[in-house]
Design a binder for this molecule. Structure first.
Ligand code: GDP
Length: 301
């Protein structure tokens, strides 16, 4: 599956070390747990999540009377899945049944935000939906052209203004244009101005206000795009965005480019925000809805 291929780097390092660790110990003792803890932390799972996991494992090992490290492995896999698993509902995008769905994408430059918008546009289009893109990143040089190029590739309309123009005005235009085209989905890019949290907050608030005034209850999702290869940096970005605006879901890109796929657990568990999509490669269908079971499966097989 896509998950299996995309998680190859993490699996190569994680599963191998895990097996090597299990082979070195004859009993499940304190030293074993300690090494396991280090291993999980080195896979970017996140200290708090690792602590929780280890505690759960200790309890489970006692309860099931697990004797050998080899037999702990399936328990680890089970616990990891449980930590990532939440009702399938959360995982799906919140769509507007009454009309046009508006999805707002936030995140800093280079994380794969434009690519993600392009890939999601393609996904909706292949489902027969009418899609419009809004080039709301008027700040970064080249962002508008890049989104326009994706629009051309996918074959959807892109609403844009000049670089430096007011993003809220772009959103207003985009909504009018999407309405006149009877669009089902409007995907909105925004500028990731992390250097100045007050500006970021103000800009996102203004953009959201304009959208909500035109379409009550919109945007239907605020999706934060994070780059898995940046590890703890991604966590820091997430915390800043969470303070600046209400984030409803995460898109974690470039999981194929890191050996530290454990970051998914840290993000899900420590931020309390569902991971809705993961990027497992560069091609269009490598952006996949997140699936906890497939993810854990991909880590161990
Ligand atoms: P933006 O600045 O956030 O809009 O970032 P871009 O969309 O321009 O993406 C930056 C780079 O990351 C591009 O070269 C993308 O092809 C690449 N990229 C995005 N998502 C993924 C992914 O899931 N896997 C890999 N390997 N590359 C990705």
């Amino acid at each position: 599956s896509k998950f299996k291929d995309g998680l190859e780097k993490t699996r190569d390092s994680f599963a191998e070390k895990m097996n090597e660790l299990a082979a070195r110990y004859r009993t499940v003792d304190e030293d074993f747990f300690e090494e396991l803890e280090e291993l999980l932390i080195s896979a970017d799972v996140g200290v708090n999540t690792v602590m929780e996991l280890i505690e759960e494992l200790r309890t489970e090992v006692k309860r099931q009377n697990v004797k050998t490290p080899q037999d702990v492995l399936p328990v680890i896999s089970e616990k990891l899945t449980a930590k990532l698993d939440y009702s399938g509902e959360d995982n799906a995008l919140n769509m507007n049944d009454e009309g046009m769905t508006v999805l707002l994408f936030v995140g800093v430059n280079g994380v794969g935000k434009t690519t993600t918008i392009g890939k999601i546009a393609q996904r909706f289009k292949s489902e027969g939906k009418n899609v419009v893109l809004a080039a709301g990143d008027t700040f970064r040089a080249g962002a508008i052209e890049q989104l326009a190029a994706w629009g051309e590739d996918v074959g959807v309309n892109v609403v844009k203004q000049e670089e430096g123009s007011d993003p809220a005005a772009v959103m207003y235009d985009a909504i009018q244009s999407a309405r006149s085209k009877n669009a089902d989905v409007l995907l909105c890019d925004t500028a990731g101005r992390l250097q100045n949290k007050v500006n970021l907050m103000k800009e996102l608030e203004k953009v959201k206000r304009v959208i909500d005034r035109e379409i009550p209850l919109a945007p239907h999702e605020v999706l934060l795009v994070l780059d898995a290869t940046t590890g703890q940096n991604a966590m820091t970005q997430a915390k800043t965005f969470k303070e600046a605006t209400e984030v409803s879901g995460i898109v974690l890109t470039k999981l194929d480019g890191t050996a530290k796929g454990g970051i998914v657990l840290a993000i899900r568990n420590e931020l309390g925000i569902p991971v809705k999509f993961v990027g497992l490669g560069e091609s269009v269908d490598d952006l996949q809805p997140f699936d906890a079971e497939q993810f854990t499966y991909g880590l161990f097989r």
